[in-house]
Design a protein around this ligand. Structure first.
Ligand SMILES: Cc1ncc(COP(=O)(O)O)c(C=O)c1O
Length: 281
């Protein structure tokens, strides 16, 4: 069995901190001041709503946009999207209930998953909304459907990827076998996306000035680090060999573009650490 690591980030540098919107930085610093090591998602519902509005405006009348709830099922995000989408694509009873609540029972839902037992199939629920079946739409360039036909698109990540930031406190900066590591409160058990795809998911270091410990502050400067979580497996690696100006224990490492398949993909129960917090800006 081989261990799945994200690809090396070299020769990339970490993002500069101003890649993080001021509102996000402020909120994260408030959360970091709460006295416990932070691991949290922050979502901006306006960013998701803006993306849905843009998509809706760019599409012809025969296309409908059903947001795929699986991409981000945080109630505040689903509610922020409700006025700007034609409906929701759901894959389970829980997602259907979320969509019904967000749409105040006025929306439409599409849901059909062949791999689900029939009694968990959204089409088989007596929901007080019209339910239609629709497959995933890959692309529609140059296609004009027959008159009266509605084509349902089910975008997930396009709508919500940019509306979320995952932030975790650095609990230690250490060297092991000649390699420098920044250890986070919350790796793949909170944010598994970087190991799920063969991608470099870059981050920014958000400095936190407060340091309440009596020991010297573990610090690395002008060097490459590998960013890992606290699980007992080397697979708990989020980013490898990224060049940083400085990272210290107590700082926050923040991953932008964490709005889709972030919290939803994570291995929350593995080793039983507390689940990452979720907040709406
Ligand atoms: C049936 C269905 N619709 C929509 C989506 C959303 O896909 P994406 O987030 O890539 O837009 C998925 C993703 O798995 C899906 O299974």
């Amino acid at each position: 069995m081989s261990v799945q690591f994200p690809p090396s980030a070299a020769p990339r540098s970490a993002y500069p901190v101003d890649v993080l919107p001021a509102t996000v930085r402020r909120r994260l610093l408030e959360l970091a001041d709460a006295g416990r090591p932070l691991s949290a998602y922050v979502y901006d519902g306006d960013v998701a709503a803006g993306r849905a509005r843009e998509l809706r405006a760019a599409l012809p009348d025969w296309a409908a946009v059903y947001y795929a709830v699986k991409a981000n099922s945080f109630p505040g995000v689903v509610e922020a999207l409700a006025p700007y989408v034609d409906g929701f694509e759901v894959a389970s009873v829980a997602e259907l209930e979320l969509a019904l609540h967000a749409g105040r029972c006025a929306g439409r839902c599409a849901g059909r998953h062949a791999d689900r037992p029939a009694d968990q199939d959204a089409e088989n629920l007596s929901a007080p909304v019209p339910v239609v079946a629709a497959g995933p739409a890959k692309s529609v360039p140059g296609i004009e459907p027959p008159a009266g036909v509605k084509v349902i698109l089910e975008p997930g990540r396009f709508v919500v990827a940019d509306c979320g930031w995952y932030a975790a406190e650095v609990t230690d900066v250490k060297t092991s076998y000649g390699e420098l590591f920044a250890v986070l409160r919350g790796g793949i058990n909170h944010f598994q996306l970087p190991t799920s795809w063969d991608i470099v998911h870059n981050m920014a270091v958000l400095p936190v000035e407060k340091w309440g410990e009596e020991c010297p502050r573990p610090t690395a400067e002008n060097t490459r680090v590998t960013v890992v979580g606290e699980l007992c497996t080397s697979e708990d690696t989020l980013l490898r060999d990224v060049l940083i100006d400085r990272v210290r224990a107590g700082d926050l490492i923040v991953f932008p573009c964490a709005g889709s398949y972030g919290w939803e993909f994570a291995m929350h129960s593995f080793l039983g650490h507390p689940v990452a917090e979720r907040h709406l800006l």
